[in-house]
Every structure is written in structure tokens, then in C-alpha cells.
Design a protein around this ligand. Structure first.
Ligand code: SAM
Length: 487
């Protein structure tokens, strides 16, 4: 039997464009939806797609954060005369099926244009140009029974707007995407937030990438204030988290809102979930260093969603053992062992993928951010694992020449203790943090810079001594330390 397909317009918010395809494909996989594309350019704010029926189309809309509206397509053309011709023909040939909508008691026609502004009068003219539509009911702008959408696309480049629209689309509004959740989960009103809390839109996109569904067990090993747990819980996941920072997990770190002097007593990740009506989805959070494996080997998660530390606004550290003393102790009898040491991104991501390979159920997903310098980026930098397949990779530009990529891995084969350990990913020329703070573009490492500054201070101290000045207080102590380093 030949399959019947219906045409729809997906009208997107033109934000995080690089994430759109990955989100669409994830939702299609999550619900096992059937669909076909017939759009040529995925960067446009609208796509033309086919689903077998309205229910399938609405299922997609029920999860998409990128989607503004989904419209049942009546006509699409590249020029205005062609568009009106096609719409007239469609109305005539499909009059029977469309009559219930044309005869509705009330209706509204929304005119949206992309990359060109029109006045209200001009928009009304566009509606009046479709006076051949047999619309019977009364106009109701607030609560219409049927809403029709007329869309004009005027190219993507605001500096090169064409003389005429490149696409004209008309159809019946079927439903809305989930963009209301961005406001509902906004960090502005959230009980407990920190400097690195992930914004609501990206957190929701991550939960979609992770295919979170009702009853899933979701884990964030670098949980911070739990933003990623919020979105996962909103989509029905039971959530768990871990973080090395005791003060952060207990909401006793410095408040990040400028209007707030001290943290409120009841701030916590659990309070955040309660705020959004997902308290029963909260399992727990634990203080733990990710580099020290904590979980029983039989533990399985449906997904792991995480934003590891980049070392910019929070330290990338791991707990150290007493194997090496600190290199700047003043004398051999003053042994001093560091409690933490630097956790390089290279090792962190290797551990993360290894953890995913071990603790995800087969088919489960690991969704994580990887920061990088745009000029350093190449595919060899992407962490890999034999048991994990990279299924999506979307870029978000950050400040300066930096960016981060949202990587989505899917566990494709079962892990066994015999699985060979994975190699470290190719190291970018220099650690992300070092490059980030290295504003003069030289390739001086953090350690080298520290030593250079210490040498400068020591030089200053010698100069002062020669001029007969003795540094005192804290400065004197620092000079003593420097002296110990260079003597
Ligand atoms: C980018 S933040 C995560 C922010 C989080 N997504 C949120 O919404 O608040 C990274 C977190 O990793 C934690 N962290 C750093 N090193 C760690 C380690 N070795 N083990 C576990 N957590 C660590 C930091 O304390 C920080 O809270």
C-alpha cells in the first residue's frame, strides 16, 4: 500500500541554528517518527517536511525547543504570482477537506516576514491579496478557532536583502514548539544558580540530545547547580549528580546574583526541582571527584548529560594522592603535599568517555560540551571511544576566538573488562585554559608564566635591596617564597 504523506512547515527560532538538525534527528529517534524532508537549505528559519499525519507532527512539536510553530502547508512558491496561483488551485482542489477550517466561527491570519520589516498596513495588504480565500467566520485576534500563517522569507543576509521574497508559504497553524519552557525555566527566577549555570534553552536542547524520556535515569558528574538535571527532570528523567565542590553542592558558595549578599538557607538543587514541579524526580547528589571512580560496575544510566569544567570560571581539579610533594616548598624538611592537582581537559574527556562506555545502557547517550579555540579545531581533537559513536556535533560561538561543541555519543557496543583502554585524544597545541588567558598570543604555558612573574618579583626585590629598601608584610613573605624558589 502506498504511504500517505502530509506536508508541514517547521518555523524555527533563528537561534542556535547549528543545533537544529541534531535536535530534529534526536526527537525523530526518541519517538520513532516517520518523516521525509524536502527543504533544500537547513539554515533557513523554516523547513518543509512530510509526516504521515498531524499526530506525528504534533509529537515532534511536543519536544522541540528550536521550533516556534508547526504549520500544515497549503501552498509554497518562490515568487508571489506563482504562490497565489498555487494557493488558489489548492483551495479549489481541497475545498472539501478545508471547508471545516474556512467555515470556522473565528479565524486570524498571522503575517511573519524574515529579514525584512513590514508595517502593519503592509501586512494587512498581504492578507487582502488573498481575498480569494473563502474565509467565513469572524476575525478574532485573541483567541481564534483557526489560525492561518502567511510567511515571507527574504534571504538570510541582512546586508543583502533581495528585491522580492525568496519563499512564500501559507498554511494552517497546527501547534507550537516548546519555547515557552525557556521562559518557564529561566535562570533569572531560579532559586539556586551559580556562575556557570547552563541557560534553560541549551539545557533543554541537551536533554533532547540525550533522548530523555519518562522514567529514565540521568546522571550529571559535574553537576554544579544542577541546571542540566532541571531540564532532564522536566522531560521525565530521574536525576542524579556529583560534584567535587562541597560548598557548591551545599549552596554555600558565594552568591552569583549581584543583588544577593548571602545565600538563602533553602537554596539547593532539590529546591530547584521543586520550584518546577519535579521534586519527585530528584534522586540525590554526592560530593565526589570524577577522576576517582565511585560507582558500582553494574550501575547503568540511560543518559549522562554534563558540562565539564573548562578552568575559566571554575577550577579543573582532581583530588591528589601523597605521591609528589609541592615543588615550591622552602626546605626539604617542610614537606607539603598538594590536596588537589590540575585535571587536564584531555584526561578529563578520556575519563568521561570511559565512564560513559562503562555505565551507559546500550543505546544510552552521553551529551557533553567540549571547549576549544576555533583556530585549533580539527576532528582529531574530538574524544573517541570504541564503544561510543559520535552521533551529533554542534558548535556554539563563545567570546573572542573560542567556541564549544555539544558532542552527543551513543553507546553502540557493550563494554567488557577486556575492552582495551582508549587512547588520549589528540592534544590541542596548548591547554584551553592557558590559551584562553594568553591574550598576547604567545605560547607560554601557565606554569612558565607563573615562574616568569616570580622571577620578575625577585628581580624587583633585589633592586629594592640595592636601593636600601626592605619590603615588609605580605610582600616580604611572597619575596621569601620567591627567594626559596631561586636560591
Ligand atoms: C561548568 S561547571 C558545571 C555547571 C553546571 N552544569 C550548572 O548548571 O551549574 C563544572 C563543575 O564541575 C565541577 N568539577 C570540577 N572538577 C571536578 C572533578 N574533578 N570532579 C567532579 N566535579 C568537578 C566544578 O565544581 C563545577 O561545579
Amino acid at each position: 500500500m502506498t504511504k500517505f504523506w502530509k506536508k508541514y512547515v517547521l518555523w524555527f527560532a533563528q537561534e542556535h541554528v547549528d543545533f537544529r538538525v541534531a535536535e530534529f534527528e534526536s526527537i525523530v529517534k526518541l519517538f520513532g517518527l516517520e518523516c521525509r524532508h524536502f527543504s533544500d537549505n537547513r539554515l533557513k528559519p523554516f523547513w518543509l517536511v512530510e509526516f504521515p499525519n498531524d499526530e506525528t507532527a504534533l509529537q515532534y512539536a511536543s519536544r522541540s525547543v528550536a521550533l516556534r510553530s508547526i504549520i500544515e502547508l497549503q501552498a509554497h512558491a518562490k515568487t508571489l504570482p506563482e504562490f497565489h496561483q498555487r494557493l488558489k488551485t489548492q483551495v479549489d482542489t481541497d475545498r472539501g477537506a478545508l471547508s471545516q477550517y474556512f467555515n470556522a466561527q473565528s479565524f486570524k491570519v498571522t503575517v511573519e516576514t524574515y529579514n525584512k520589516h513590514f508595517t502593519q498596513r503592509e501586512k494587512v495588504d498581504k492578507i487582502e491579496a488573498m481575498d480569494y480565500l473563502p474565509l467565513q467566520g469572524a476575525v478574532n485576534l485573541k483567541d481564534p478557532q483557526v489560525e492561518w500563517w502567511y510567511l515571507e522569507f527574504w534571504g538570510l543576509d541582512p546586508t543583502d536583502v533581495p528585491d522580492a521574497p525568496e519563499d512564500i508559504v501559507f498554511g494552517r497553524m497546527l501547534g507550537q514548539g516548546q519555547r515557552h519552557l525557556i521562559k518557564q525555566l529561566s535562570l533569572k527566577q531560579r532559586k539556586f544558580i551559580g556562575n556557570t549555570s547552563m541557560d534553560a534553552q541549551l539545557s533543554l536542547l541537551m536533554a533532547n540530545q540525550a533522548l530523555v524520556k519518562d522514567g529514565d535515569l540521568v546522571f550529571d558528574p559535574f553537576v554544579g547547580t544542577g541546571s542540566l538535571l532541571v531540564s532532564a527532570a522536566k522531560f521525565g528523567g530521574y536525576v542524579l549528580g556529583a560534584d567535587i565542590d562541597f560548598m557548591m553542592l551545599h549552596a554555600r558558595c558565594r552568591p552569583s546574583r549581584i543583588t544577593q549578599k548571602v545565600r538563602e538557607k533553602d537554596e539547593s538543587i532539590r529546591a530547584n526541582l521543586k520550584q518546577y514541579g519535579c521534586a519527585e524526580r530528584y534522586m540525590d547528589v554526592v560530593v565526589a571527584d570524577f577522576s576517582c571512580p565511585l560507582w558500582h560496575k553494574s550501575m547503568r544510566f540511560d543518559s549522562i548529560i554534563t558540562d565539564p569544567p573548562y578552568g575559566i570560571r571554575e577550577a579543573t581539579e582532581k583530588v591528589e594522592n601523597k605521591s609528589h610533594g609541592k615543588d615550591n616548598t622552602r626546605s626539604p624538611d617542610m614537606a607539603h603535599y598538594p590536596s588537589t592537582s590540575h585535571y587536564s581537559l584531555q584526561h578529563l574527556y578520556t575519563d568521561l568517555l570511559q565512564f560513559g562506555a562503562k555505565h551507559l545502557r546500550l543505546g544510552g547517550r552521553l551529551v557533553c560540551w567540549l571547549p576549544f579555540h576555533r583556530e585549533d579545531y580539527n576532528e582529531a581533537m574530538l574524544p573517541q571511544h570504541t564503544h561510543l559513536k559520535l552521533v551529533a556535533n554542534s558548535e556554539q560561538l563563545l567570546a573572542g576566538n573560542t567556541a564549544r561543541r555539544l558532542l552527543t555519543y551513543e553507546k553502540c557496543t557493550e563494554y567488557s573488562d577486556d575492552s582495551s583502554p582508549n587512547p588520549l585524544p589528540q592534544e590541542p597545541g596548548q591547554d584551553f585554559r592557558e590559551r584562553y588567558f594568553n591574550t598576547n598570543g604567545s605560547l607560554e604555558s601557565r606554569q612558565d608564566r607563573r615562574m616568569r612573574k616570580a622571577a620578575q618579583r625577585e628581580e624587583g626585590r633585589l633592586q629594592m635591596e640595592m636601593r636600601g629598601k626592605i619590603p615588609c608584610d605580605g610582600r616580604a613573605k611572597k619575596c621569601d617564597l620567591n627567594k626559596a624558589r631561586f636560591d
